[in-house]
Design a binder for this molecule. Structure first.
Ligand code: 21W
Length: 236
């Protein structure tokens, strides 16, 4: 049950904050996927490739201005150390294409991802040719690429066949991937005067399926009407 037929997905994080990344990788589904050999991870720190005594990796920007810029050489060497010919090198960047479920699917089929995390005011522009692509996780400003890289790793890992328990995986393939979730209830039946929908204790599973499908559609129309118009082309 815990062994995948194929070789595991490898994800290398190029980061100045390996402790932050490791902490999350040691938690939740990501940790389970690693123990069960579906996922193999590594952190590579550009500081280890600094030629400076104090392991300095940033410098002031040419042209002036506030903040610091990550130097090209330590990052370049860290990326080279992480990569082989089969690697897909992704720079987490506000300038990238916005991550969505379709991109997560696409990336989950790659054998090796190298996730490069930027920081400070950015990286030296000349490094961009080191990347196969750039990905953003949305239009808000973060302090670095670590959280986006972990978001991407989480989204991709749960798509590796075998990582999710069977029941979780079935749900993923159903209509709910393009609609929002149907409402869920658990014990007690009456919580502070709030009851659950009768249909859920009817024992009629076809009726329950219909009720859930209808509820999901209603909620989607109400809260995320934009998802309704995106239906076509989302699923094979
Ligand atoms: C934020 C880096 C802003 C650079 C030129 C002059 C990766 C991210 C990040 C960060 C800037 C993602 C500047 C959503 C994010 C990330 C840190 C711009 C200022 N440039 N997805 N001044 N949001 N953020 N630098 O912030 O690295 S993916």
């Amino acid at each position: 049950m815990s062994k995948s037929a194929k070789s595991p997905l490898r994800i290398d994080f190029v980061t100045l904050f390996p402790d932050m990344v490791e902490t999350v990788l040691n938690t939740s589904i990501l940790s389970r996927a690693r123990s069960n050999k579906f996922l193999e991870t590594r952190c590579i720190n550009p500081r280890d490739f600094s030629d400076d005594k104090r392991r300095k990796v940033d410098e002031r920007p040419y042209g002036g201005g506030p903040g610091m810029v990550l130097m090209a050489e330590p990052l370049h060497q860290a990326i080279r150390k992480a990569s082989s010919s089969k690697s897909h090198v992704i720079f987490l960047s506000p300038q990238g294409r916005r991550l969505n479920q379709e991109i997560a699917q696409e990336l989950s089929r790659k054998p090796h991802l190298v996730l490069v995390c930027g920081h400070y005011e950015g990286v030296d522009e000349r490094l961009r040719s080191d990347f196969d692509e750039e990905i953003s996780i949305g239009d808000y400003v973060l302090t670095g690429g670590e959280l986006p890289a972990l978001v991407l790793a989480d989204a991709v890992t749960r798509l590796i066949p075998g990582v999710l328990k069977k029941a979780e995986a079935v749900e993923q393939e159903s209509f709910s991937s393009s609609f929002l979730d149907f409402p869920q209830y658990t014990r007690p039946q009456n919580w502070r005067g709030k009851k659950i929908p009768e249909v859920l204790i009817s024992g009629n599973h076809q009726l329950i399926r219909q009720w859930r499908a209808h509820a999901a559609e209603t909620i989607t129309r109400l809260k995320r009407p934009d998802l309704m118009t995106q239906q076509t082309g989302r699923k094979k």
